[in-house]
Design a protein around this ligand. Structure first.
Ligand code: RNT
Ligand code: ZN
Length: 415
């Protein structure tokens, strides 16, 4: 079906495809750099294990090993994704020059100057994450540690990251979302569940007390129900992080891999929007557990984006991808997930949302179900192709040719 035909079909339902295309173009989506190198980063020994209860599996060739390689890969991803993008970096992606090195508690804006340059050259904003894992001092607990030296080290890291986040915001001209996530927890049933949480509270209070410009940096706090090796207890549970974030006017962050298997983040979005000016999302795909598979154009991704759109909250929700699969081409993995989130936003923008709400309010549930089901087959693909073409990126699966060339000419030469 051509775009013109699709446009007419949608117009008959009262949906303006042009308005949807215009809107979609303005929605920033943060691209997580860590899919590109299997979450290894550049600031510690690359052979060290990934800790914090997260795991990558697979050994597909061509992993980015240096800042230059990762930047080249990300540039390739950006070329193949339409619309407004933002970068999303972890502190472990600091770039050191001339044999210099700084530990996590001594990181400075200058260690991210190359990334700022990368973003500025492309007109991108940048989000940021302190890295409380994959480090000798993160073998056990971090911000919840009963060892004051360890805890203070990580508090200093948090403060260093606030400064770096301000730097990103000032330099790029876009606000920076700085997300705090720690993997602290216990493998087996703990004897003290409250102590670590009280220490976590105190640690974040101390980080925030450094003072920062709230128009430049939005601090987010991400919850998690369990991780590998911390199956019984996580200090940063949903109740803890949401209560903390709300009591300090921070931005709560929900990762849709971080809940019990039958809970859905789509339903939590409107609940949190009732009480928070801003919320943040990490969009991922869990298969059977928080497996961080590449985001698919699946029911829950669509449902989450529907909620953001229906709540009229595209400018209140920070959207970011977050997953890592080392078993397939990593550049393709990023392109697939980014495009799928954008397709899901478009799908939501192309629904007759006001009409559907009216049916609900009038109690016309039979008609509501009938229309919601029929709407699933509307020609969103034709509108998506139009979006890609207008934004100078390949439509349909055309982009995969670029990946094949890039893999052959760049990634597979990395021996
Ligand atoms: C881990 C969290 C967290 C990380 C990144 C690397 O379960 O989802 O967001 O994926 O910070
Ligand atoms: Zn996450």
């Amino acid at each position: 079906m051509s775009y013109t035909e699709a446009k007419e079909k949608y117009a008959a339902l009262g949906v303006d495809t042009e308005a949807a295309l215009t809107k979609l173009k303005t929605v920033p989506l943060s691209l997580h750099c860590w899919q590109g190198d299997d979450v290894r980063g550049f600031d510690t020994d690359p052979t060290k294990p990934l800790t914090g209860g997260i795991q990558t599996t697979g050994s597909y060739p061509g992993r980015a090993r240096t800042p230059q390689e990762l930047m080249a890969d990300i540039a390739e991803v950006l070329k193949l994704c339409p619309g407004t993008k933002k970068m999303n970096l972890h502190a472990s992606y600091a770039i050191f020059e001339d044999g210099e090195w700084a530990d996590r508690d001594a990181l400075e804006p200058k260690h991210f100057a190359k990334w700022v340059q990368f973003c500025k050259e492309r007109g991108l904003g940048c989000d940021f994450n302190p890295t409380f894992f994959s480090h000798p001092k993160a073998a056990g607990l971090t911000l919840t540690s009963p060892d004051e030296d360890i805890r203070n080290f990580w508090i200093r890291h948090g403060i260093a990251c606030i400064r770096i986040s301000e730097y990103f915001a000032r330099e790029t001209g876009f606000p920076c979302l700085m997300n705090i996530w720690i993997g602290d927890g216990f493998k087996d049933v703990p004897a003290d569940r409250m102590g670590p949480r009280m220490r976590y509270m105190d640690s974040i209070d101390k980080i925030l007390s450094c003072g920062y410009d709230k128009s430049l940096v939005y601090v987010a706090l991400e919850s998690k129900v369990f991780g590998i090796g911390v199956e019984a207890y996580t200090a940063g549970s949903a109740e803890f992080t949401l209560s903390y974030a709300m009591s300090r006017h921070l931005t709560p962050l929900m990762d849709n891999g971080h809940y019990h298997p039958t809970e859905v983040v789509s339903d939590k979005i409107p609940a949190l929007l009732c009480f928070n000016d801003r919320i943040a999302l990490h969009i991922t795909r869990g298969i059977r557990w928080d497996s961080d598979h590449v985001v698919a154009y699946d029911d829950e991704t669509k449902e989450m984006m529907k909620e953001v759109v229906r709540c009229n909250a595209l400018d209140r929700v920070f959207l970011a991808t977050d997953y890592f699969d080392a078993s397939i081409n990593r550049v393709a993995a990023l392109v697939i997930g980014m495009r799928n989130v954008q397709k899901a936003i478009l799908t939501a923008l192309l629904l007759p949302n006001e009409k559907l709400k009216e049916l609900q309010d009038n109690g016309e549930f039979t008609k509501l179900l009938a229309l919601q089901e029929e709407n699933k087959l509307l020609p969103v693909g034709a509108v998506w192709d139009e979006f890609c073409t207008r934004n100078n990126v390949p439509a349909g699966s055309e982009w995969f040719k670029d990946i094949e060339d890039y893999e052959k000419n760049v990634q597979l030469l990395r021996k």
